[in-house]
Design a protein around this ligand. Structure first.
Ligand SMILES: *Cc1c(COP(=O)(O)O)cnc(C)c1O
Length: 379
């Protein structure tokens, strides 16, 4: 099945009781049983919900995996993966990633005795020396938030397999339209469905997709035991979002390319981070593992003063100043004070995230209007 067909049809069946083409919102907490233990496979909605199951099937289908699990947020999905581990276990994580993931690792799980080691994964050679008998998981994100660094998923997967370590890839930035980590050898794909999958800035949700059934059973056990399940209305919204993911992503990519080129040619812009540029340090790997380069762009101005950065962040009118990304509307964001403020400044600077970095989530408006908006703001 080709992607466009898959995004609309995969994993979803007409509702068995009525034939409704769109899965109904099963707004219920429990299910009536014929006799004690004699039920239709539905007992209690934290464990089973038909709207959630439809979404989980769709997620599995679009990530080319066997099993999908939906969570009440992206960080809840990450939380479930780390709960596979035990005190003393070690995780090797990318040093450039979503600030909330870093916060969860350092501020929540570290105190339960899980050890996190951070490496620059743009060069996969950095990973092997960090692996020891305690290593259980490699966590990576590509492209990274917000520096658009690219990790070679297939190469990391080879290392993970050789050392019997799980590999989980946060695929939020690429979305399943541009990249499928399971096909490249990853064990688990994680999504903040809040972003491109939902696509309309109206829902918080997360997902995991995997092939291994034993791993699915362990993660399902964590999902129902810890209880970070999404409600059926939110599942409906993400199911609906997935149906237009391919058309939205096509426009995000087109607009992203136009705006990245516009910024790069602007005399006041010092540097643009976008994996579609031929001189992006890992462009060849991006080209190999992605089907397009997306609409996430970061840039730095030649005048990197606090005053000028602040001025531009408030000067756009179409690009709204807000956290989050992947919605139909364009957003502008300041990682150092917003999305990545939970990473200590010296860590940020060490990893190349400057105080003057500005991140754009390019929406699907007309590119000319978006460029005009940036032209006026940058001056
Ligand atoms: C937003 C985001 C998350 C966290 O997801 P929530 O839905 O906000 O909990 C994780 N990873 C990346 C790359 C993100 O952009």
């Amino acid at each position: 099945m080709k992607p466009a067909t898959k995004f609309i049809h995969a994993g979803v069946e007409p509702d068995p009781s009525t034939g409704a083409i769109m899965t109904p919102i099963y707004q219920t907490s429990t299910y009536v049983q014929d006799g004690p233990g004699n039920n239709k496979g539905y007992e209690y909605a934290r464990s089973q919900n038909p709207t959630r199951f439809a979404l989980e099937n769709a997620m599995a289908a679009i990530e080319n995996g066997k099993h999908g699990l939906a969570f009440s947020s992206g960080v809840a999905a990450t939380d479930a993966v780390i709960k596979l581990l035990e005190p003393g276990d070690e995780v090797i994580a990318a040093n450039d990633m979503y600030g909330g993931t870093y916060r969860l690792f350092t501020k929540v799980f570290q105190k339960f005795g899980i050890v996190f080691k951070y490496v620059n994964m743009q060069n996969v050679k950095n990973i092997k020396p960090m692996i020891n008998k305690k290593t259980r998981l490699i966590w990576t994100e590509t492209p990274t938030n917000p520096l658009m660094n690219i990790t070679d998923i297939a190469a990391v997967a080879d290392i993970a397999k050789e050392h019997h370590v799980l590999l989980c890839v946060d695929n939020t930035f690429a979305s399943p339209y541009l990249q499928n980590p399971l096909d490249l050898g990853a064990d688990i794909v994680m999504h903040s469905s809040t972003k491109y999958l939902g696509g309309h800035s109206d829902v918080i949700q997360g997902a995991l997709v995997m092939n291994d059934t034993a791993l699915r059973d362990q993660l399902y056990f964590i999902q129902k035991s810890c209880g970070a399940v999404p409600g059926p209305q939110d599942c409906f919204l993400v199911l609906r979002g997935i149906k237009t993911l391919h058309v939205r992503m096509q426009r995000h990519c087109e607009n992203g390319e136009k705006i990245a080129s516009f910024l790069r040619n602007h005399k006041k812009v010092a540097k643009v981070y976008w994996p579609g540029f031929k001189d992006h340090p890992n462009h060849k790997i991006a080209k190999k593992q992605m089907r397009g380069y997306g609409g996430m762009i970061s840039f730095e101005l030649k005048d990197d003063s606090k005053k000028e950065t602040k001025r531009i962040l408030s000067a756009t009118s179409l690009f709204a100043l807000a956290e989050s990304l992947g919605g139909v509307e364009s957003l502008i964001n300041h990682p150092a004070t917003m999305t990545h403020a939970s990473i200590p400044r010296e860590e940020r600077i060490k990893n190349g995230l400057k105080d003057s970095l500005i991140r754009l989530s390019v929406g699907i408006e007309d590119a000319d209007d978006l460029i005009e908006d940036l032209k006026k703001a940058i001056g």
